[in-house]
Design a protein around this ligand. Sequence first.
Ligand code: UDP
Ligand code: MG
Length: 300
Amino acid sequence: MAKKISVIIPVYNEGTLVETCYQRVVKVLWDTKYAYEILFVDDGSTDGNILDTLVDPHVKVIHLARNFGQQIAITAGLDAASGDAVIIMDADLQDPPELIPRMLELWEQGAHIVYGQRLSRQGETWRKKVTANLYYRLLSRLTDVRVPVDAGDFRLMDRQVVDVLCQMREHSRYLRGLSAWAGFKQVPLAYERQGRAAGETKYTGRKMMHLALDGVFSLSYLPLRLITYSGLLTLILSLFMKPHVLMFCIGLQGTVAGAVLGAYLKQVVENTRNRPLYTVVETAEKVGSSAGRLQRKDAS
Ligand code: UDP
Ligand code: MG
């Protein structure tokens, strides 16, 4: 039997771009020797039905009950995927589907994870480029997990890695960090990140900030350790400090400690609640009637 590839594409209000994306991805997969499925995860889009008229038995659309965010949408796709390898990509074609064959080659050569590494980013603001650049480097300093720099969610993961990720049910999910945490053999695939094929970014500043914080607080205990060290330091220095300086130091330390502890406490609370990560309205199989159905003989 041919090996199967699952392609997961999270979608939030991408309009007709989803069709363009589908066409490009299918064209690439069609020419491979693999069986495949394409899982579009509709992350609570409000701009109409996604791929409503499409008939292709390789495609499923998982409609989430509201907007849960890209990381959770990808998780819903990972839970549903049945492939021997899973590829994650955005719907806006910033990550070229034409790189998929090379990813598959590297996978066949033994890589468990093939991650897209951005050489450049076209069509993005200098602010986004600078903050992303600094963030990736800061994160890699803060954690012992080897999180590749300049790599987003565009990646291939072997079934073994996907199974580990599916076991992790934590709510604050920074998937590229969690997949790095899992270990395994990770291989970069350098590429030029394109501008969006259409539309605007769906990542508001708030969503971006949450993702960045999730990355730090789910992969690093260093902020927590720094509180301990600064407490010890204040204790020692207090022997030599004047009372008003001591009060100032304790106040400052309390403020910083509060913020850091709050971030970890948020994770404790959301994980002990034990709610499901997402809710699904329906999973639409695009099988339809056989008339006009796209046919491809899977090598089996
Ligand atoms: N996306 C999503 N849910 C969200 C925000 C984004 O599923 O709440 C999808 C979006 O449709 C796209 C991918 O996640 O396919 C990446 O989003 P976007 O391109 O807006 O992010 P950027 O590339 O600007 O960081
Ligand atoms: Mg994008």
